[in-house]
Design a protein around this ligand. Sequence first.
Ligand code: NAD
Ligand code: IPM
Ligand code: MN
Length: 363
Amino acid sequence: MSKQILCLPGDGIGPEIVVEALKVLDVVKSQFDLDIEVSEGLVGGASLDAHGVPLTDEVLAVAKKSDGILFGAVGGPKWDDQPMMNRPERGLLKLRSEMGLFANLRPAMLFPQLAEASSLKHELVAGLDILIVRELTGGIYFGEPRGVRTLENGEREGYNSYVYRESEIKRIAKVAFEAAQKRGGRLTSVDKSNVLEVTALWRELVTEMGAADYSDVELSHMYVDNAAMQLVRAPKQFDVMVTGNMFGDILSDCAAMLTGSIGMLPSASLNEANQGMYEPVHGSAPDIAGQGKANPLAQILSLAMLLRYSLGEIEAADAIEKAVSDVLDQGLRTGDIASEGCTQVGTTEMGDAVVKCLQVLSS
Ligand code: NAD
Ligand code: IPM
Ligand code: MN
């Protein structure tokens, strides 16, 4: 039976970069004889405009049945005055939470060709290969109660709740320990346990699990403020980092820049049934949307992750990653990763170049 991929381009640069990933998918489908059917749906602002909600029940139902979801990006100034629970971003958050996509893997590795594009000195980032494991369906993003209330004196007060259950902490820690076992054997758990009870519980449980089940993993703990500083001071000290939803959001944008651009960073969001949604770490980039300037490589690398993790098509995933590296070898760069002596290209040219490299690889 053919595998089903649901493609959700979303808003802003989302549709521009997803088109490039789909071109790449077409090539690997024929090269590796993959039986894959792709369907498309609306999410975010695009869905709001068409249906009045950022995610319809129909699209959610298709997502739940898919073998993999390729997600672009959502959001933009057009919808910024929507009520919180109807913003484009809610479409993404609902997909994550309804599908139980709790484990967000955000690898940050430097393609050696992009050392010049990193904002850090070459020696600090050469060989950089970090995996951020971000908890994605809990924490302050989803904790109750939340809202804005009016106090007795008429002043308004906004509030959110930072909540984690033991089971939520243990299942994300397990993913991170196991990832560390397969990689460099080191895990840094990032928290704010000096201030927040919820993260003191996090540290306690991660410590217990490390001692009981993962004595082969070298476990350390770091406060999130220090972790942000260490990421830009000496990022290669990290192998796997595990943290909660909001800290992971912030630290992964920070790690992105070490690799040259947020336009290079893919991600996978997995549930307990190993279903997955794959998306770039960046957003809809309204400042460059519609201009043909966006870097499609994070989206293309997200497709490679989908093929690797959800479809088990390792050769096709390897070929895509090799083609991306070859394009960088040729000196082609979108504006975000541009450097002296390289050829600046747009979104479509970059996608075409990856396609061409794949074709050369197979000939
Ligand atoms: P952003 O990631 O969209 O953009 C930040 C900066 O990075 C911008 O200057 C942008 O031009 C640049 N950039 C991002 N992706 C790029 C790419 N592929 N190529 C070249 N440059 C790129 O973050 P933001 O500006 O804070 O947010 C814009 C909108 O996106 C907001 O509505 C936000 O909620 C949404 N957002 C969505 C997602 C998602 O869908 N997963 C993630 C983050 C932000
Ligand atoms: C991300 C984004 C999302 C998040 C937003 C758009 C809901 O920033 O995927 O990193 O905060 O998780
Ligand atoms: Mn983010």
